[in-house]
Design a protein around this ligand. Structure first.
Ligand SMILES: NC(=O)C1=CN([C@@H]2O[C@H](COP(=O)(O)OP(=O)(O)OC[C@H]3O[C@@H](n4cnc5c(N)ncnc54)[C@H](O)[C@@H]3O)[C@@H](O)[C@H]2O)C=CC1
Ligand SMILES: NCC(=O)COP(=O)(O)O
Length: 323
């Protein structure tokens, strides 16, 4: 039996999200059933859309157009200029997607990019990103952000915090939890029986034996030693500058990095168009394109849908679908 459709939350209406949703339907058609949760009036109209009342109607509706579960939002889409007045609707779309995924009516949630600033201004949004919001909605304490592509998988151990706060945020407990969730997901979600994980150091040259920082010796290495003693295949702490070239990448299935840019720069450099953001540790499947709202090109017909397609396809595959 085919999995339930994927819910696709609209993200920031004035970014490229509406264009990506239409392009996704144009390319996927009925092969991969999904429904956009958003304001029908914000769609550019390059393809037809069909308003539905229940996500189970998506496979049938997709024959005639992009299936849309409508959300009321005030005002029009203004490509390139976020509209804080629509922020509450953007948040509602995410909440509705989570409810559908948690109930099983949707087999997963794919989120289009939000403008964090617009959500803060317009809806007092208290979270730095989807990842933290979804964890709160699901009632889960610990989740992991993974960016995945055929070329590379990366996990930032700390996520949306200032770089100045990273050393204090990196605790043995946090690193161990991130590693355990990553290890389990590689086995259960990605079908890798014996996952190989590479762990980056925090400092240049992974601390150069303590001369350029001691986090590797005092915090990272003891955690890795403990997990290796349990049988996990973990390399590191490795110098971050030399762990992403092709020969190095061949030695691991995922790289766990110490902070956001250490993880995301390599994958966005190697696989910007195909990368997918996956949240691990939630009680439902959540994926997202790896890019943001791209205000500079919104409404200009320049948005590349590849990462959104990859995100929908990964969600579908993780749900057991075969398209
Ligand atoms: N999952 C999410 O909700 C995410 C949201 N964001 C948010 O997006 C906003 C803008 O972030 P930026 O750092 O400017 O990154 P961005 O990814 O929106 O844009 C960076 C550059 O890549 C280009 N680009 C991005 N996606 C593209 C696509 N599909 N096709 C063609 N070109 C594309 C843009 O035109 C821009 O030149 C911020 O508010 C940020 O917080 C950023 C990343 C993820
Ligand atoms: N840089 C990744 C990013 O901002 C996506 O975050 P999230 O909204 O998926 O938590």
């Amino acid at each position: 039996m085919s999995p339930a459709p994927i819910a696709l939350s609209c993200g920031e209406p004035s970014g490229i999200g509406p264009e990506l949703a239409e392009a996704a339907w144009e390319i996927l058609g009925t092969d991969l059933p999904f429904a956009l949760i958003g304001a029908p009036g914000h769609l550019p109209g390059t393809v037809p859309h069909v308003e539905i009342g229940d996500i189970s109607e998506a496979p049938q509706a997709a024959r005639d157009g992009l299936p849309v579960l409508p959300i009321d939002m005030p005002g029009p889409r203004v490509p390139g200029t976020p509209q804080p007045a629509q922020a509450a609707g953007v948040v509602t779309a995410i909440e509705r997607g989570v409810a559908l995924a948690m109930s099983g009516a949707a087999s997963g949630l794919c989120t289009l990019p939000i403008s964090k600033q617009a959500l803060i201004e317009g809806a007092d949004f208290a979270y730095p990103g989807h990842t933290e919001f979804l964890a709160a909605l699901a009632g889960v304490d610990e989740v992991v952000m993974m960016l995945a592509s055929d070329t590379l998988r990366v996990v930032p151990a700390t996520i949306h915090i200032p770089v100045s706060e990273v050393p204090a945020a990196l605790t043995p407990e946090l690193l161990e939890k991130r590693l355990r969730i990553t290890h389990t997901a590689l086995i259960e979600r990605f079908g890798i029986a014996q996952p190989r994980i590479a762990v980056a150091g925090l400092n240049p040259h992974a601390g150069e034996g303590g001369r350029m920082g001691r986090e590797e010796i005092e915090m990272i290495a003891p955690v890795l030693d403990r997990l290796r003693a349990e049988g996990m295949d973990i390399a590191g702490p490795l110098p971050a500058d030399t762990m992403f070239h092709a020969r190095a990448r061949a030695r691991y299935d995922a790289a766990v990095c110490m902070y956001h840019d250490q993880a995301l720069i390599p994958i966005k450099t190697l696989a910007f168009d195909e990368g997918v953001n996956v949240t691990l540790g939630l009680p439902f499947i959540r994926t997202s394109p790896d890019h943001g709202t791209a205000f500079d090109i919104a409404g200009k017909g320049l948005a590349n849908p590849s990462s959104t397609l990859a995100a929908l396809r990964l969600a579908w595959r993780l749900a057991g679908g075969t398209a």
